[in-house]
Ligand binder design. Structure first.
Ligand code: URA
Length: 220
């Protein structure tokens, strides 16, 4: 809506208010019709905010913020912990060794970041030396993820690893306790499974992770 249209709408609403109020109001402050409107929420506006974000100390050491990647109407969403070195360099989530495994895991159940699955992280900037994000860093960043989930409305969320599960479910429980059963995130079904980097470290996680992926696929 341009400035003229906004002024016209305002004058119309004033006329209705005057009519319902039984006569003209004495004085009304004239709004600034040329003030820019807030842009409509989109993946692009959230990503732009993330790239400009200085809400916590992680912005001082990042090369690139990593807002997320995937289609704007995904079937599913994957939530990881935070960018590592390759993600920090490229600005894209899950592009290192764990990301390559994640892509294979997703492909095995018909999902991909190109077609139907959005990939995001709890924190959008790399914690130095890949340490766990601190509580205040997680808190500062969580709003972006919540807005992405609200906008994308995936049919289900796959939460990989303890940090992502802790952030979305508000629990300190480990993946071993949380996996294998559907949880809820604000009305969206959420399943927890092992982080792909855990699978790279310890092969014994592969079988339970595959069971989780099958459960996830059934839901979709
Ligand atoms: N690990 C994560 O949790 N997220 C990434 O984007 C990469 C590695």
């Amino acid at each position: 809506m341009n400035a003229d249209e906004r002024r016209e709408l305002w004058e119309g609403l004033c006329a209705v208010e005057d009519y319902l109020g039984g006569g003209p109001k004495k004085a009304r402050a004239l709004p600034d019709f040329s003030a820019p409107e807030a842009p409509e929420e989109s993946l692009g506006t959230i990503a732009a905010e993330v790239r400009a974000c200085r809400a916590c100390r992680l912005c001082d050491t990042r090369k690139n913020a990593v807002p997320g990647q995937g289609p704007s109407s995904p079937l599913a969403m994957v939530v990881g912990e935070g960018p590592g070195a390759e993600e920090d360099s490229s600005g894209l989530p899950f592009v290192g060794p764990a990301g390559k495994l994640l892509d294979k895991m997703l492909a095995s159940i018909g999902l991909s970041r190109e077609d139907n699955c959005f990939i995001a992280n709890v924190v959008k900037c790399r914690p130095p030396l890949n340490r766990d994000p601190a509580d205040d860093e997680r808190e500062a960043c969580l709003g972006y993820l919540e807005r992405q989930i609200a906008l994308l409305r995936p049919k289900a969320i796959l939460c990989v690893g303890r940090v992502a599960a802790g952030a979305l479910l508000g629990t300190a429980d480990g993946v071993g306790r949380l996996r294998g059963a559907w949880r809820d995130f604000g009305g969206t079904p959420l399943l927890v499974t092992y982080h792909p980097s855990a699978l790279l470290r310890d092969e014994s996680y592969k079988r339970p992770a595959w069971e989780d992926l099958k459960l996830f696929r059934e839901r979709l």
